[in-house]
Design a protein. Sequence first.
Lengths: 289, 323, 376
Amino acid sequence: MLSIWIQNAVSGVAIGLLYGLIGLGVVLFFQTTNLLNFAHISSAMLGAYLCYMFNVTLHLPFVLAMVLAIILVACYGLLLKRFVYEPLAKREGGRLEFIIATMMLSVFLLNAVIVLWGGVPKPFPNVFGDPAKPLIIGSVAIQTHSLWVLGYVTVFVIALQSFFTKTMTGKSLRAVAQNQGAARLMGIDVEKMLTISFMLSTGITALAGILLAPAYFVSLDLGGGIIGIKGFAAAVVGRMNKPYVALLGGVLIGLAENFVVLYASSVYRDVITFAFLILFLVVRKKAEV
Amino acid sequence: MNRKSVIMLVILAAFLAIPLVDSNQYHIYMLDRALLNAMIASGLVALTGLAGQMSLGHAAFYGIGAYASAIVTKTFGVPVIVGVISAAVLCLVIGMLLSIPSFKLSGFYLSLVTISFGNIVWTVIVNWYSLTGGSLGLLGIQPIRIAGRAITRTEFFYLAAAVLALIYFVTTRMARSYIGRGLRAVRDDEMAAETAGIDTKRLKLLVFSLSAIYAGIAGALYAHLSTFLSPESFVQAESANFVAMSVVGGIRHMLGGTIGGLAVTMIPEMLRVKGWEIYYLMGSSLAILVLVIMLPNGLAPSFEKFIDRLAGIDRKSGKRQVK
Amino acid sequence: MIRRRLIIGILAVALLSVTFVASAAATFKIALVAPFTGSGSILGEYIKNALVLAVDEINAAGGVKGRKIEYVIYDDAASPATALNVVNKAILNDQVDAMFGPNMSSCVLAVNQIAKDNKVPMLVGATSPSFGYDMIGNDYLFRLRADDEVKVVNLVKYAVEVLKLKKPAIIHGSTDYCVVAKNVAVDSFKKYGINTVAIEQVKEGDKDAAGQLLKIKQANPDMLIGLTHEPEAAVVIKQFRSFGFGNVTVLGFTAWGVPAFTDLAGSAADGVISVQGFTPEYKDAKVQEFVAKYKAKWNSMPSDPAQAYYDGVYLLKSVVEKVGFNRTDIMKGLTQVKNFPGVQGSLTCDAKHNFTNFSLISKYKGGVWDIITAIF
């Protein structure tokens, strides 16, 4: 019984880390632009598919494929800024318009992927360990892939925290997010900062997509499934401003889901998780968005 | 009557004449669907454009309305009108409940609540077999009847157009009344509105339940148009689609819902070109994306400008926009 | 301003292109409605390839009764509402003579009324018993693949009678395909006096079934019946293997017997027993001939339900050649089909308007399907 409980918790943390991984990117983007990108999750999908193409189809070494994929998706971030964000900002399109534009963008990208690679999910190479050979501790199985994710996430959160508080660029990014006008007066190159934050958030999400691929496969679920919403939920639990709380939020959601299944019902799991989310949002004190 | 209203009436008459000159039943079916979508988008124009509250979960009300009317008419054998009314009442109640989180939350947080709400309703529809038929669907819903026979699609078109006109009338009247002014105050600065003595909670309750009722009625009519329901029609993406309609049409314009509903329903259908089946969603989402980027204020203001120019009204002097 | 005019121009052109309806004389026009986008997009490509293959072959050989077959293809996005839109377009706008698909049961239920009202024969590869002739009585609706009920009953029969297993646990998805299978499985086990010890759901798109599997583990079953779609099947089997279930046999539904599943699951799929509607490995002359043709044209392997639509086109052709182009005659002709030689064996229209009960029970071993029995 205890081993089942622990196994369930371990699996919950493993899937929760993946939600948190997406949540991190949401927080990063929100912190620097004060906007929400509903095509956020598409960057993860593009990252995974491009990496798959370079590595499996074109036989490039995995690390090179990964770097190329991230760079390409960061370039897509540049296009996103140039062709979606800028025209809307120029014409005073509000946040709602940005949300709808990015939602349509995510539909577009999802279908572009279907056209390019087809709808059949593809297996991702086992670079993060063979899922059939997990680490067995006692009677609990831990996927080596989960350890990779955990390691990456730890490094990333620390790096992000010090980037925002220690470096000039990081501080400038935050200043731009808080008040563009004031930041401009302080001599910060707002345009440059926005470009950086678009490229950074899409690039980092592409990496997240590559890390998600062993669990999610190279599939459309990466770009149109419920994981995008769960990533948002994780970000919200982290109040949209603390990357590491977003990560914890993701883990919390993952754990909640798995224990709802174990002790209540797998059929109504989502009802219970989402009801908790609403309750969480309503009960806690007023947010600043 | 000024020239502008004459032009508007001519356009309206031309639109209403479509089923009389076009006998292609597929076109008329799509117009029927478009009118239903326009009802929901009109509700979102009131909710978001007027009151500044965002919902990404209106497919849930659409679904609740559809299933409520279908189940009521199926179980009790009552006429369709009773089903539609009960759908509206149920959506009113649930819309009121959903407005409670909006007392405290706004913007992104509120949209996340509505997304969660949509997912909850969807999961319940999928799994409550004894009531909804679950993923197997609900079969044998009675069509709307006139004089003992099922109505034709053309008749449905006029019925839906009449309902939409009623919705337009109610929304416009509300927008111009003190309620509308209060809602705009809530949208622009909630704190200030509250300080000025406006009961913001009551207004939010009202506008949420109103938009829920619109979606519920549209859902109920859809149930009796298609005579079959299954949960796939009420997924999250549909909610996003409804919001897209209101934005494409013009979120701050009273005609926004109608024009957006028509445009976003028809554009994808027009892109169903032979040999392009896998590009079709790409094309339609791109079309909507381009529309949102190029015309962030939506089609309706441009439409009005166009009519003004036809009527020879100078925009600069005769400016009268709902802002 | 110029940009705006451009948009209006583009929209106007789009409008005009719709009102323009191509009118070619004397063709036999069919529509294919299948999912190319959305959750079911895995299957659309196979279906389309098989149908186009058959149509091209027939047209190259002179067509049907001197007429070429013309086809239109529409995407139903695996959604009944979209299916209804496109079937409306196919029947009322394109005026097709016959229709293939949709391939999803709830889509079939959504559109069957309009096909019936307009007397258009529909040949579908959807497999749920929910729209059988005994259930909804649509004269114009025919099924090209074995009914799911038949497949599940056979799978249960194999598990109980041959493998002598007694404690089934079921993991299923939430679509109609999965739910119908679950209900049939539970009922069939009951007929043997066996109670299902655990029933858990894993939702489409989920990539974690740990909670469900651990709950099943507590119930201590001797077999796991997997009734999900392909990606969830791969998720389930991978986690199942890592949780050390010991000696539990895995039996899966049709989605557990196709490459879309085995590619994802890799070595974890070893030992899975599945009921299949079709496998290119089946050593039958007709099957191998079809596989060779498909491979030559598309440079890829066919998968279930490609064979059903290939059969369907030839079936329709043979009926039209017998009765002519009248749609009601075609419908009557289809009901009288007897022993038509198809890829899925000999096809005969039964009381439920099903043409075949063909299915296979196979075991996956070292990367290939080892066929245990074929059921007709």
